[in-house]
Design a protein around this ligand. Sequence first.
Ligand code: SAM
Length: 275
Amino acid sequence: MKNGIYVVATPIGNLGDISARAKEVLAAAEIIACEDTRVTKKLFSLLGLPQSKTFIRLEDHNEDAQTERLLELAATRIVAQVSDAGSPLISDPGYKLVNRARKAGIAVFTVPGPCALICALQLSGLPTNSFMFAGFIPNKDKARSDLFNKLKSIDTTLVFYETANRIIKTLTAAAPVFGERQMAVAREITKVYEECVNGTAAELLAHFNAQEPKGEMVLMVAPPVQNPAAEIDLERVLKEELKDNSVKTAVKNVVELYGLNKNEVYNLALRLKNE
Ligand code: SAM
C-alpha cells in the first residue's frame, strides 16, 4: 500500500457496512486521524482491528495545527482519516488536510462507503438526478429562514443535515417557504428504527408533533414544481385558503405561493365561493 492520506468512510449505524477495503486500509495505517479518539478506538475494537496505532485528533477547532503534523507524517507513512461516522469531509473535518496535501504533492486516496446524505436520498423517493447538499441548517431563526429563502427557487432537490431537537423549529420555518412542496425526513438510517417520512412541511410537522422526533436526521425538499397548475390540487389549496380568508387574500396567497395566473385563480375562487 502506498504512503499518503486515505479518506476512509465508516458505518453510520450498521457495523456491517464497513467495506473490506476500509478494514484493510485501517489495519495497515500507522496513523489514524479522527474526530474523537474514544469513538474511533471503540470502532477498531468492534471491528477486531489492531489498536497499536497513533491516533491523532483532527477537529474543526484544531484542524490548522494538526494538518501540518499529519502532512509531514503522510509523506512517509500511511495515514487514514476517519470521522466519528460516515464519510469524512462531508459536514466533518478533513477538507483542509486534503487541500494542503494536494498542494504539497502528497498522495490522497478515497476509500468510499456510507454517507448519510446519499443514503437519505436513496430512501426518500425524491428526484435524485440533481440535488444540492446544503450542510447543517443554522440554528438562529433569521439565518434559517434566510437560507431557505435563498435556496427555494433553485431547481433541484435540497438536502440538509438536521438533529432531532431542532426539527420542529426547522419544519415550522420551512412551511411558509416551501408550501406544498414534497419533503422527506430520513432518520436513524441503517439502524434498527430507520424511517423515512414523506409529506409537505405541514404534514411532517403533524407527524413529529404526534411522534417525538428522535435520532439523527436528514431533511430533503423536492424541487419546485415546474408547471404548478398541472401538479397541485388547486381546488383543494384554494378551498383551504378560503376557509380563513377573503377571496382577495386567498387568491393573493395562492398566486404568490405557486406563481399562477391571477385571473384564472380568481375565477376559480369565485366559483368555489359560490358553490
Ligand atoms: N460525514 C457524515 C456523513 O456524511 O455520513 C455526517 C456527519 S454530520 C457531523 C452528522 C449528521 O449526519 C447528523 O446530524 C445527521 O444529519 C446525519 N446523519 C449521520 N448519521 C445518520 C443516520 N444514521 N441517519 C440519519 N442521519 C444521519
